[in-house]
Design a protein around this ligand. Structure first.
Ligand SMILES: Cc1ncc(COP(=O)(O)O)c(C=O)c1O
Length: 394
């Protein structure tokens, strides 16, 4: 085998995909599977957005375009963040990328040096530690535990900061726990960032999928605009996963660095999707509110049902579209429970260790199937729970 650069061996994949592959295999064998493994909405973009992409392609908006993103979209993002998150952002502080993941990768490439330490939450999106390692840096987890309602412990974070710490990444609402960081948590992280001169990468991809109150971005806190990179995009809030469109909001010097990385890699995001994304941000049909209202109904139904399963315990998530279930009381390993659910009940979820060691006693279910399917999933889980019921002392 010819040599492959060692950084690739530092990277890890995403657990959801492996479960999806097995679930699809079972379906090919004729089994009925309820898919709750991928973080992909079962909604599609609103009709005006689809019309807009058609019109943009027909109008010849299919050329190379600005490496930073189409100016009208960057203006629309700045306006949208003012309207929905009360942030003061200029279009010059916005850079468009094909997907949040790409925006995240660019930001990490721009800010992290080999040998640096990067703080990140455990459990969380597995790409944070993976890509950190790929850049030759060390991922340092801080833990989101059930006892703290999955809010980070500021003293733990403070204790893990060293002279090598350069970046703190977090995601609120968090995938997989659904935790929305409290104002006190955000203020505490901001204070630590200022004290230790850290960059913050705030992955706000679920900011619109919120079940109570208004979203508060860490960038809105005093002094934070100059040290925060927001990552957001269209995949979750506008059900546009396959369109591959995201953006970073950062100080102009960082945007300049990201721009250089864009120029050296993908050149630009597709022009016609960017043009149509302006329509998504306009949200003329209030599609986001309707979608979030449906997620709320699913959350209420599914979480209440999960809490009736012997050995299962699930806190009510405040945002995102996941149920994060503690299955330790079943007496089985989370991997065994996940395998029983998939192989015997035809319900696909993910064992929590895929999101970090702290997730080892948990399962994640995505609330991306209709309510009748979620009800059916609960019935199936209830039936299979006979396998561990004897172990549960209630
Ligand atoms: C926390 C988090 N960040 C980023 C992403 C990736 O977003 P995109 O599909 O826009 O690349 C996901 C997708 O699951 C996610 O959960």
């Amino acid at each position: 085998m010819r040599h492959i650069a060692s950084r690739v061996s530092q990277l890890t994949g995403e657990g959801a995909l492996a479960v999806y592959v097995r679930a699809k295999e079972l379906e090919r064998q004729g089994r009925s599977i309820i898919h709750l493994e991928l973080g992909e909405p079962d909604f599609h973009p609103a009709a005006p957005v689809v019309d807009a992409v058609r019109a943009a392609a027909a109008a010849g908006r299919d050329r190379y375009c600005s490496t930073r993103g189409v100016p009208a979209l960057r203006e629309a993002v700045a306006e949208y963040l003012g309207r929905t998150r009360r942030l003061t952002v200029t279009p010059q502080e916005v850079l468009v990328a094909p997907g949040c993941k790409m925006a995240l990768a660019l930001a990490m490439m721009a800010l992290i040096e080999p040998g640096d330490e990067v703080l990140y939450p455990d459990p969380s999106f597995p790409i944070y530690p993976s890509f950190t390692r790929g850049l030759g840096a060390t991922p340092v987890p801080f833990h989101l535990i059930e006892k703290n309602r999955f809010q980070p412990d500021l003293a733990e974070i403070a204790g893990k900061i060293t002279p090598k710490t350069r970046v703190l990444i977090f995601n609120s609402p968090n995938n997989p726990t659904g935790t929305v960081y409290s104002d006190a948590t955000l203020a505490g992280i901001a204070e630590l960032a200022a004290q230790h001169d850290l960059w913050i990468i705030a992955d706000e991809i679920y900011a619109r999928i919120l079940f109570a109150g208004d979203y508060r971005s860490i960038r809105s806190l005093p002094g934070m605009a100059e040290r925060t990179v927001i990552i957001d995009g269209f995949s979750k809030s506008f059900a546009m996963t396959g369109w591959r469109l995201g953006y970073a909001v950062a100080p102009v010097a960082v945007v300049d660095a990201l721009d250089m990385l864009v120029l050296n890699t993908f050149t630009c995001a597709a022009e016609f999707t960017q043009v149509a994304a302006i329509e998504a941000l306009r949200d003329a049909t209030n599609a986001v509110d309707a979608m979030v209202a449906e997620y709320r109904k699913r959350r209420d139904l599914f979480v209440a049902g999960l809490n009736r399963i012997p050995g299962f315990r699930c806190l009510v998530p405040d945002g995102a579209f996941y149920a994060w279930v503690n299955v330790a009381d079943t007496g089985l390993a989370a991997e065994q429970v996940a395998a029983l659910l998939l192989e015997e009940a035809g319900v696909a979820g993910i064992a929590g260790a895929a999101f970090g060691a702290e997730g080892r006693n948990f399962l994640r279910f995505s609330l991306v199937s209709a309510r009748n399917l979620l009800e059916e999933a609960l019935e199936r889980i209830e039936r299979v729970s006979a396998r561990w019921r004897a172990a549960v002392s209630r």
